[in-house]
Design a protein. Structure first.
Length: 251
């Protein structure tokens, strides 16, 4: 395990950083992970059975009610210090004409709400919904919805803008991710086990392109051995301290 001061030194000296965040970052805001057991009316369902195009085609009301409940829970949560620290780190880099790209596996939109700008939502967004008729996207929707599924201006049912099982990841998100990983000096993986593709291959792609790689997580993961450096602890505690040390080195 590496000292936080050494990681701060690495980041302060980088021209381009790529960061990948996973469920562990959002968990500190009180958001359950996708595979956590469902409660209440949803206890009898397996989330993987609801998160498919087939489930939506079979029962769009059921699926959109579940996703709307998830959306409401997300909107009731606030970004935590880890989210804010990453937004501050991006601002530090942007001010100095350096590059910062945030790749997130999370669909909750908390990075954007915390102030991050260059965000690639690899698995889509629970806050953005898409018209199944025209493909148009909608963001500022009623909370809760007044009909299930909600209907677009063009008369098409809306579906959540997340990537369902059996669907391809957004081509633009994949392209942006691979470009960032192939050009960054430092790659940080935060709060992710790194076992779900494509994120599972991010660290190796960054390493093969010459980047120094850092894992920040509560515990070791199946990918820990691939990283050059590790920090252990809560991202909401480590990241603010790390960013302050980076800031001190950039003065």
């Amino acid at each position: 395990m590496t000292d936080i001061a050494d990681i701060a030194e690495l980041i302060a000296g980088a021209d381009h950083i790529a960061v990948n965040t996973g469920a562990g970052v959002s968990a500190e805001s009180g958001i359950p992970t996708f595979r956590d057991a469902l409660e209440g009316l949803w206890a009898k369902y397996d989330p993987q059975e609801l998160a498919t195009p087939e489930a939506y085609a079979r029962d769009p009301e059921l699926v959109t009610r579940w996703y709307d409940e998830r959306r409401q829970k997300v909107l009731a949560c606030a970004p935590n210090p880890g989210h804010h620290a990453l937004a501050q780190l991006e601002a530090l880099f942007t001010e100095r004409k350096r590059r910062f790209v945030l790749l997130t596996q999370n669909v909750d939109g908390l990075h954007v709400r915390a102030g991050s700008r260059n965000v690639v939502e690899v698995h889509g967004s629970l806050i953005t919904w898409r018209c199944t008729k025209t493909g148009a996207t909608y963001h500022d929707l009623p909370v809760p919805f007044d009909t299930y599924p909600p209907i677009s201006d063009a008369g098409g049912p809306l579906r959540p803008g997340v990537v369902w099982f059996g669907e391809s990841l957004p081509a633009d998100a994949l392209e942006a991710s691979f470009e960032a990983l192939s050009t960054c000096d430092v790659y940080l993986a935060i709060g992710t086990s790194g076992v779900v593709f494509p994120a599972a291959g991010f660290v190796e792609q960054a390493r093969s392109a010459g980047a120094t790689t850092v894992e920040i997580n509560l515990d070791d993961t199946p990918m820990t051995r691939v990283f050059h450096h590790t920090l252990r602890g809560k991202s909401g505690e480590l990241l603010p301290a790390l960013v302050e040390q980076v800031r001190a080195r950039l003065v």
